[in-house]
Design a protein around this ligand. Structure first.
Ligand SMILES: [Ca+2]
Length: 405
């Protein structure tokens, strides 16, 4: 999303006079880029094509740079006539935009190349395109670099190839099992390993460079308990390092204690992605999926259908506590061997798609609140493509998670 505004003339005349600048009836445009990786304090100044006016503007800016810390880094004279400047604040940049002979002042920004993963697993293939059919590709720009992903689940097979660094298949694992709330050690477990790989696996995951932290709250058979889950949530609240996403692919009925604990994670600044649940009905009745401030992900089939017993094993919970849909079937790391992959179904494997997209957002905006990340995921989601919404589950948003941006 880009946003432009015209500099308001006449706001800072006294300041401009002090700087030796003059305003002009054809004041330049001041351009900022919202939701883009801008470089603060750096601007691109484009001068008028009228050489005399441009020279006047350059003279005024030189006076400015001589007085403060501002620095001219580049000058352009052929493809465009202008300069790249750093170490100036927004107020000064706006003043420059109002200078005679300046056509525009705009923010510098980082440009990342996009990457295409061919033969992408189904859960990734869907999130980079608006319409079916899918094309077996996953195109992405951000990999969640610098972001921590806490996987509150069974122990992760951290040695799996999917957790190696992107571009370095023999490099050190990006995953660790940080804490064992259950006891008994970190023998790899099926559910936790697959969930972690859908968040951040180099083959299976949305955010391929995220740092994965296992928080073990289930035993070797993938069975948890209320107390273990509460212990895992408390551990992340106390020890988690932001920017971070927290994935909770667990569901449970009404429970004021559980709901309050989950909400405290959000209050502490953690983006929390939760599975909607696999037993049909209203996700708001679930103390985790229905907690305030979390991002709740429902499941859909590979035909974009609301998951409702199409393959006998269950149906996604729905309703107004759902934030968005992702595919309910995922292929990712198997707990059995480092080069083995497995496919499973359930909203447990939909939630990590949101964790991965949130990590992409947090790579560029590491300081934003969970509510801002939630809004960002919603605002750029694919809308009105899920079949069966709203006719079947009333109040469910018809939204499919999309890679960011
Ligand atoms: Ca695709």
């Amino acid at each position: 999303m880009k946003f432009k505004e015209k500099f308001m003339k006449g706001m800072t005349l006294a300041v401009l006079a002090a700087l030796g600048m003059s305003t002009n009836s054809n004041a330049g445009e001041f351009v900022t880029y919202k939701d883009q990786p801008v470089i603060h304090g750096e601007y691109i100044i484009v001068f008028s094509s009228d050489a005399a006016k441009a020279a006047t503007a350059e003279g005024a800016i030189s006076k400015l740079t001589a007085r403060g810390n501002a620095k001219i880094n580049q000058r352009w004279q052929t493809a465009l006539h202008g300069i790249a400047i750093s170490n100036i604040d927004e107020a000064t940049a706006r003043e420059i935009a109002a200078t005679s002979g300046v056509e525009s002042v705009s923010q510098n920004a980082i440009l990342y190349p996009s990457v295409v993963q061919t033969n992408a697993p189904s859960q990734l293939d869907r999130i980079d395109q608006y319409n079916l059919p899918t094309d077996n590709k996953y195109t992405y720009t951000y990999q969640g670099t610098g972001v921590n992903a806490y996987i509150i689940d069974g122990a992760i097979r951290t040695s799996h190839n999917d957790f190696r660094p992107p571009g370095n298949p023999s490099g050190p694992s990006r995953a660790t099992n940080d804490v064992d709330i259950v006891g008994g050690g970190f023998a790899p477990e099926r559910h936790g390993t697959l969930v972690a790989s859908v968040v951040g696996g180099i083959i299976s995951g949305v955010a391929k460079d995220v740092r994965i932290h296992g928080v073990k709250v289930a035993n070797g058979q993938g069975i948890g308990s209320r107390a273990w889950l509460l212990g895992g949530i408390d551990w992340v609240a106390r020890n988690g390092t932001r920017p971070a996403v927290v994935n909770i692919s667990w569901n449970w009925g009404p429970d004021a204690t559980m709901k309050a604990a989950v909400e405290s994670l959000v209050t502490a600044g953690f983006f929390v992605s939760v599975s909607a649940g696999n037993s049909d009905g209203d996700a708001c009745t679930d103390s985790i999926a229905g907690a305030n401030g979390v991002y709740t992900v429902a499941g859909m089939t590979d035909a974009d259908e609301n998951w409702n017993f199409q393959f006998s094993s269950g149906a996604t919970k729905t309703g107004p506590c759902v934030s968005a849909y992702a595919r309910v079937i995922a292929t990712g790391a198997s707990y059995l061997a480092d080069n083995s992959y497995t496919t499973d179904a359930g909203t447990s494997f939909s939630a990590p798609i949101a964790s991965g997209v949130a990590a992409q957002v947090l790579q560029i905006f590491p300081g934003v609140l969970p509510s801002v990340v939630n809004s960002e995921l919603n605002s750029q989601a694919i809308t009105n493509k899920v079949i069966g919404i709203p006719a079947v589950p009333a109040g469910t948003p018809n939204r499919i998670l999309k890679v960011w941006p």
